[in-house]
Design a protein around this ligand. Structure first.
Ligand code: AQP
Length: 328
């Protein structure tokens, strides 16, 4: 039996943080042998909010470098940049024509990002979930490994696939999200009531490229409560978040961790957690730097990935156009 297709991506819109790593990238690496994988650097999504062109280019390379440094093997998995495969925007337009505006108005990410009430948000930001549906549906994707915040967007992709199939005949596979039980929503260090987010400011996240000094400072300053007992209690959001990060980086069970921290205080936990993160991120950072110094190698990987992706995507788009009655 052929393997299920898994598709996912990250925006090169700034730093990549441990939320992106633990919620998404780590499960991509874990599923590498199980699925036929396609991992995209979604630069067209990034430009739905203003980006500095120079930084965007550098961040696009860095995101690809992170995929490779984390252990994605480009021989098996397809790694590419979204804007290098034109079928993404073409299918997004087609899907726009079967999407209801009400569906997009209900998207919590759009609502969160436009909370201030300003009407300066781009139409691209409004349409973001449709482009994401196109990304997913072009590849016959069965599984979308993401963090919990993307669940609603994958749900829309499912609905659009079903709607299109009902109107025009079976064309798209119906994708489903894969969301980790633990790590699906890493919370902000300075505000554990909201998810860790790169747009929330540096005290909120640990970037994969943060130095040991910065990591230590951010963890020591992380918001906790006035309690003393170290336990996995979801009601104590700050502590629970730190313990979850500890668990995901250490691979230990809740019971093992709670036992380890019996009669120890929050400052012990924070010190040990900082050491653990530094320990895990240092080798990753070395690899990221290696790839960033070898842009030619990155270009080769991305060019070959785009070629492989384009072959699949063009075929899907051709079928879509035929079904719609567009002259090919
Ligand atoms: N806090 C998180 N916990 C777990 N998973 C997360 N992801 C994002 N934040 C967390 C997952 O990372 C993948 C890539 O996300 P993205 O590039 O779409 O970025 P995002 O979700 O927009 O990340 P940010 O940091 O929140 O960016 P801003 O602040 O710009 O909106 C996805 O699989 C996502 O679920």
């Amino acid at each position: 039996m052929s393997k299920k297709v898994a598709f996912s991506g990250i925006q090169p819109s700034g730093v990549i943080h441990i939320g992106n790593y633990l919620g998404a990238i780590q499960q991509w690496v874990d599923g590498q042998d199980k699925y036929a994988n396609i991992f995209c650097v979604v630069d067209l999504h990034a430009i739905t909010v203003p980006q500095d062109p120079k930084s965007l280019k550098e961040n696009t390379y860095r995101t690809a470098a992170i995929y490779l440094a984390a252990g994605i093997n480009p021989k098996n998995s397809i790694i590419f940049v979204q804007s290098q495969v034109p079928a993404h925007t073409e299918l997004a337009w087609v899907l726009n024509t079967v999407t209801h505006t009400g569906e997009l108005l209900r998207m919590t990410q759009f609502k969160d990002k436009t909370k201030t009430g300003s009407d300066n948000a781009s139409v691209g930001l409004f349409d973001y979930p449709v482009l994401m549906a196109a990304d997913i549906l072009l590849y016959g994707t069965n599984l979308v490994p993401v963090g919990e915040d993307q669940k609603q967007h994958v749900e829309l992709a499912r609905n659009l696939a079903q709607r299109f199939n009902n109107r025009f005949g079976k064309t798209f596979a119906i994708p489903e999200p894969i969301i980790r039980k633990s790590g699906a929503r890493i919370m902000g260090l300075d505000d554990p009531s909201k998810k860790m987010s790169k747009s929330a400011g540096p005290a909120n996240y640990i970037a994969l490229t943060d130095s040991p000094e910065i990591i230590r400072k951010k963890i020591m300053r992380a918001t906790t409560d006035s309690g003393t007992v170290i336990k996995f209690d979801p009601k104590r959001a700050g502590l629970y978040n730190l313990l979850t990060i500890y668990q995901l980086f250490s691979g230990k069970t809740e019971a093992q961790i709670e036992k380890h921290f019996i009669r120890k205080g929050y400052s012990n936990l924070k010190r040990e957690l900082a050491d653990l993160i530094i320990d895990k991120l240092t080798p990753l950072q070395k690899k990221i730097e290696y790839y960033m110094k070898n842009k030619r190698l990155l270009d080769q990987v991305l060019k070959s990935g785009a070629k492989r992706a384009d072959k699949i995507a063009s075929q899907t788009l051709k079928e879509v156009k035929q079904k719609l009655g567009l002259v090919a």
